[in-house]
Design a binder for this molecule. Sequence first.
Ligand code: ZN
Ligand code: ZN
Length: 344
Amino acid sequence: MSQDRLDAVRASMETEGLEALIVTKRENIRYLSGFSGDSGVGLVTRERSVLVTDGRFREQAKREAGAWQVEIYSRDLMKALADVLADVRNAGIEDSSTLAFNARAAKALAEVDLRPTDGLVEALRTRKDDCEIEMIRAAAKCAEQAWSTLLPMLQPGVTERQLASSLDYRMMSAGADGPAFDTVVASGPNSSMPHAAITDRELAEGDLVVIDFGARKDGYCCDLTRTVGIGDVEGRGAGILFAVSQAFDAAFAKVEPGVPVAEVDRAARDHLTRIGLGEAFSHSLGHGVGLEVHEKPSLSQLSEDTLEPGMVFTIEPGVYLDGDIGARYEQTVLLTEEGPEVLT
Ligand code: ZN
Ligand code: ZN
């Protein structure tokens, strides 16, 4: 697995005319080497793959990044990088790396022509291999199990904070490493904010409650949203719940290999526009999911990406009426040669 990914990144480096690549993004290091620690730099040259990290990660790095040479630095990370890159004339440096890192690298690697790359490893990560798909399935299973046991708690009087913490706890009990992101529980008037912060508000009869959550398992995420009505939900609440599920279906029906993502976004948006709720759908349709909870492809109106087999992404139409009420329905979807499969 690790070798296939190294071969792929070297092919991309070749296309870009790069002799080396300095990998600073944690998820990219993990993708290429297996190392999950939060400190280190990956260096890929035509012949070598070297993980430079500090003494705290000595054992973990050797265990997880077994196919890579592990270099432990004690004081000067930049000197360690310069030693490995002594013979290269140019190196790509990830566009996500910090200005501070880039400035230090430019100084320490004065002889090397450093060139910012444009999502080079991220592009490889958009099509998941079988091993990654299994991990996302495992994350989805944890989320699903947590959700099914949470349902009896959805009663008037319970607070948003109690629900969110209980959901996080249940995901971990089901085997997750933790939540993939801060769980959203937005009830009643809070539901009109797509990314509302948790409050101590108690659920009340007639509320819509938007619950956006996901598990992380072995580094991989899933992402889903359910909107539930507490007790009897009046006509309008029921109406927007139905509208987002119809918008989801309209988008999902478009999903197949070769389709521009903008077209999938449009299908959901057109549906909501036809019933007068187009303006209330205030974000894009979805995003890729993998080692990061938001990654390529972006399913937006403006994107020029095309759906490919192996992509895993969300479809999440929402309707938000400011200060009043909101609903969203979100699934994590895998696209195979045969068509889409809902994972959550
Ligand atoms: Zn979500
Ligand atoms: Zn999402």
